[in-house]
Structures are given as C-alpha cells and as structure tokens.
Write a protein that binds this ligand. Structure first.
Ligand SMILES: [Ca+2]
Length: 117
C-alpha cells in the first residue's frame, strides 16, 4: 500500500508547479515527489497585498491612506497589485475617496461598497 504522498497523481504533468501555504501538506507532497513548490503569494495573478493595505505590512493604518494620497498625487508608481490594493472602492481609479474610505474603515465606519475585507 502506498502512503498518501507516494501516489503518482501528477506523473503525467511535466510542467507542474504546486502553489500552497508554507509547511502545508501541499508543500510536503511536492517535496516528496520532486515537484516545484511556490508560496501562494507567487501564484500568477495573486497579490500578497490586501485591498486597503498597499504598504503591505498586514495592517490597515493611516499610512495606507497616506500612500493612496501620494499615489493619487503621482508621487508613487503603481503596478497592478498596488493599484488594486489602493482602489478600495473599486471604481477603477485611485484618488482621495479611497484614502477617506481607508480612514473611515480605521475609525470603524466601513463605507458601503468598499472592498476591504
Ligand atoms: Ca477608487
């Protein structure tokens, strides 16, 4: 009988990379089977940045609102991930309304329709 990580589920997938959480069963399986493993944050199209946290420190603070304002003023260069993190109201532009929504969120006043989870 094969142990779970010994099953050759992916023998016919030569270009496979497994994405998952660090120290997960997925990582264990990948390493046992010599399959490349990468953290979920590196999954194509996935951002490590949360909406409302463009500074990426894991907490939504006034520094994020400041970053949004600096972005709106053209003082920060935004890639797609940063633009998504800054555009908390999801209207497609980064402006002072997003900064205000972040500040209101911090104050416990979650604006209707904002994308901060
Ligand atoms: Ca916006």
């Amino acid at each position: 009988m094969l142990l779970p990580w010994e099953h050759p589920f992916f023998d016919f997938c030569p270009n496979l990379t497994i994405y998952g959480e660090a120290d997960s069963i997925a990582e264990f399986y990948a390493k046992k089977n010599n399959i490349p493993f990468k953290p979920l944050s590196e999954f194509p199209g996935e951002s490590a940045l949360k909406i409302g946290d463009p500074t990426g420190d894991g907490t939504i603070t006034s520094q994020d609102a400041v970053f949004v304002l600096r972005s709106a003023a053209g003082l920060e260069t935004l890639d797609d991930d940063l633009r998504t993190a800054c555009d908390v109201n999801g209207d497609g532009s980064v402006n002072s309304a997003d900064a205000v929504s972040i500040l209101r969120y911090i104050a416990g006043l979650k604006d209707e329709g904002i994308l901060i989870e």
